[in-house]
Design a protein around this ligand. Structure first.
Ligand SMILES: Nc1ncnc2c1ncn2[C@@H]1O[C@H](COP(=O)(O)OP(=O)(O)OP(=O)(O)O)[C@@H](O)[C@H]1O
Ligand SMILES: [Mg+2]
Length: 670
């Protein structure tokens, strides 16, 4: 792989600490990949003594692949290339004895943590979901800042702080009793261990002799401390980052860590890279002009030798449904004209919920797509629940579907009952559903259990009958109502808003199934079994594609797109209140949102579209939308706004006495 002089310096400087500070697409990640190969091939490092840390699992997988391609698979074996959390987990696994953890410790995700906190704080927080959430985030912040419960109790001043610190302590004690760790522990525990135990520290400093960190601007206090402890006095490390792409301050990331490096390691070599190899000049110019509105830690000037490129386009849709349809139509048109591949397109958005309508539009048009990060529509628990019901109605022998819904919502059918039912069905070689109606079951189970099972079975049979009469839409409506699914969602969700979101997903599924059942100009009406197999197949394809990475349009949040690049990028919902997000407008933290927009723009190599709506439904209300201030900050001569009258010359604009931006706003209001 070719390198420019700055990149070469960065790769060849191995005698001390090194920081590469440079803008998007300037080849920072390429430096890391080349440097790993250089360390092994030219400097005599063994692969197993080198660790590289990135920010997401996706990025780690890609880096591993690129390193293996550059230096050979055999040579690359043993390299530690992972996220911070995976590296932390590895340290904990190998040191669990010193830590006093039993080998089979379990890992709690956010939902597990929430459930435990809810249980532990019943008396104090009275199941108030917002308070529990606030507590969870306080605990996470303490952990990210390396603050243990005893210290937290000393630090806090106000009443709520004291309460939270006390609950933090209680939570920590319980986690220990459960032999469980949460996400933040994966950094906190190894860091504290390395800090306090010299023997362990020496062991890891011998094991990891050279450390490389990508996306360094997004490390938090505990991660930075872990880096320092791992590299020790020898300070053999390279970190690369871009302060303009710091987008995780809400999770405790500290771009100031870039500055701290200089004071913690006086011998730090600072290397800047200024050539961007990714984007057309127009795209890069737009990105540079946008980010110039932010204050800077270090000044940077990025240039590109690539073509000047196509203008950036702003598509204007009437509402959010049309927004999704416009994007899909544009992809189809563009692909046809340019003979491109679906895999060259990415659709980026601010929040996960924005993916729903996009997924729908892509599916309706049979365009393969891949959604990374976040949960795709069919992987969502509520969709799986209802799909399992439909599967069971269509095919009562589907034991998996049976097990998923037999006690959802609760019907007093516990694990012991199900185990016996399962054994009985096995002996008789029948499905569990069939077993419910077998007279022999009376000898196996208590009458109450038999009754509950029978009622459930009868309910499924009845629903099936309605569907068979050709009233499937009715059958589904009745089903969702009779199981009180909405109540169930409100009882089990972390907040009323979350329950609402999940219920919305259900109505989305309902709408979809109904459309397929009733047919339209394009498709014949389908029967319920046909609909269910069609949708299940879709689900399976999606899962398989996770591994294959075929020719698919990429969907992800702006956060998840960090470090990646795509020839053609659509940024949707580029409106005030979405990007910048309402909460950041309220909190006066628009700079971080501008960095997020900068990250999005700089993912694009050749062409970039922004999409905005005139109005949008939010929380049941239709609201008028206003284009994002970031669109207004971009160089307008590089932008083409849809439906805009033919470009005026500068003189004409002066003559009308109106500024470019005022014109745009006017046009938007019409
Ligand atoms: N010296 C070079 N010659 C040609 N292409 C290069 C060179 N350096 C990097 N590239 C290419 O430029 C693109 C951007 O590189 P890379 O992803 O390493 O940038 P980055 O600085 O890590 O970007 P980001 O800030 O978005 O993470 C990649 O396609 C890479 O292969
Ligand atoms: Mg990178």
């Amino acid at each position: 792989m070719k390198l420019n002089p700055g990149q070469n310096d960065a790769v060849h400087y191995v005698s001390g600490p090194c920081l590469v500070l440079a803008g998007a697409g300037s080849g920072k990640t390429r430096v890391i990949i080349n440097k790993i190969a250089y360390l092994v091939e030219k400097c005599g490092y063994k692969a197993r003594n080198i660790a590289a840390v990135t920010f997401t699992n996706k990025a780690a997988r890609e880096m591993k692949e690129r390193v293996a391609q550059s230096m050979g698979r055999k040579e690359a074996r043993g390299l530690w290339i992972s996220t911070f959390h995976t590296l932390g987990l590895e340290i904990i696994k190998r040191e669990h004895k010193v830590l006093g953890l039993k080998a089979g410790f379990s890992l709690f995700d956010d939902q597990d943590t929430f459930a435990l906190l809810k249980e532990l704080t019943q008396d104090e927080l009275d199941e108030d979901k917002d308070l529990i959430k606030a507590l969870a985030s306080a605990i996470s912040n303490w952990k990210g800042g390396l603050v243990i419960p005893q210290q937290a109790r000393k630090m806090v001043k106000d009443e709520q702080g004291q309460l939270f610190a006390m609950l933090y302590q209680r939570y920590a004690q319980h986690m220990k009793a459960y032999n469980a760790l949460d996400f933040d522990d994966l950094i906190l525990i190894p860091t504290l261990l390395l800090r306090m135990n010299e023997e362990v520290r020496t062991r890891w400093q011998t094991r990891i002799q050279y450390l490389l960190v990508d996306e360094y601007q997004d490390t938090n206090t505990s991660q930075y401390e872990l880096v320092k402890l791992l590299v020790g006095e020898r300070a053999r490390f390279t970190v690369v980052g871009d302060d303009d792409q710091s987008i995780y301050s809400w999770r405790g990331a500290k771009p100031q860590n870039l500055v701290l490096l200089g004071s913690d390691f006086p011998k730090l070599k600072l290397i800047k890279l200024e050539q961007n190899y990714r984007s057309s000049q127009r795209i890069l110019r737009a990105a540079n002009i946008l980010i110039a509105n932010n204050p800077h830690v270090y000044e940077k000037a990025l240039f590109s030798d690539l073509a000047y490129g196509e203008p950036l386009r702003v598509l204007i849709a009437a509402n959010e449904e049309q927004e999704a349809e416009r994007v899909v139509a544009e992809i189809i048109r563009h692909k046809f004209v340019g003979r491109t591949q679906f895999g060259q397109y990415a659709i980026l958005y601010r929040g996960n919920h924005q993916s729903r309508l996009l997924e729908r539009a892509l599916m309706t048009n049979r365009i393969p797509y891949k959604l990374s990060g976040g949960t795709s529509f069919f992987a969502r628990a509520e969709i799986k629940d209802i799909m399992a019901y439909l599967r069971l109605v269509v095919n009562p022998d589907d034991d998996n579907a049976f097990l998923r819904v037999v006690n959802l919502p609760k019907r007093g059918i516990g694990p012991a009952t199900l185990e016996r039912l399962g054994n009985f069905a096995n002996q008789k070689h029948i499905s569990m559903f069939e077993a419910i109606f077998d007279a022999g079951l009376n000898h196996e189970l208590a009458p109450a259990a038999v009754k509950s099972l029978y009622q459930f079975g009868q309910f499924i049979v009845d629903t099936g009958e309605i569907a068979k009469r050709g009233e499937s839409v009715d059958a589904i409506k009745k089903l969702i109502r009779s199981i009180n699914y909405e109540d169930y969602l409100y009882e089990t969700s972390t907040s009323a808003k979350a329950a609402e979101m999940r219920m919305k997903n259900i109505s989305e599924l309902y709408r979809w199934v109904t459309e397929m059942l009733e047919g339209d100009e394009l498709d014949e009406p389908m029967t319920l079994p046909e609909v269910v197999t069609r949708l299940t197949l879709r689900d399976m394809m999606e899962r398989n594609s996770e591994d294959e990475g075929g020719d698919q349009v990429q969907l992800m949040t702006l956060h998840a797109s960090k470090g990646l690049e795509f020839p053609f990028v659509f940024m949707v919902g580029v409106e005030e209140r979405i990007l910048p997000h309402q909460s950041s407008i309220d909190e006066d933290n628009v700079d971080e949102e501008r960095r997020l927009a900068y990250v999005g723009i700089t993912r694009a190599q050749r062409e970039l579209w922004f999409v905005i709506c005139r109005e949008r439904r939010q929380f049941g209300e239709t609201m008028r939308c206003e284009p994002s201030r970031f669109l207004m900050e971009l160089p307008q001569d590089d932008l083409i706004w849809e439906n805009r009258k033919p470009q005026q010359t500068e003189q004409q604009r002066m003559a009308t006495g109106k500024s470019n931006i005022a014109n745009l706003r006017d046009m938007f209001k019409k």
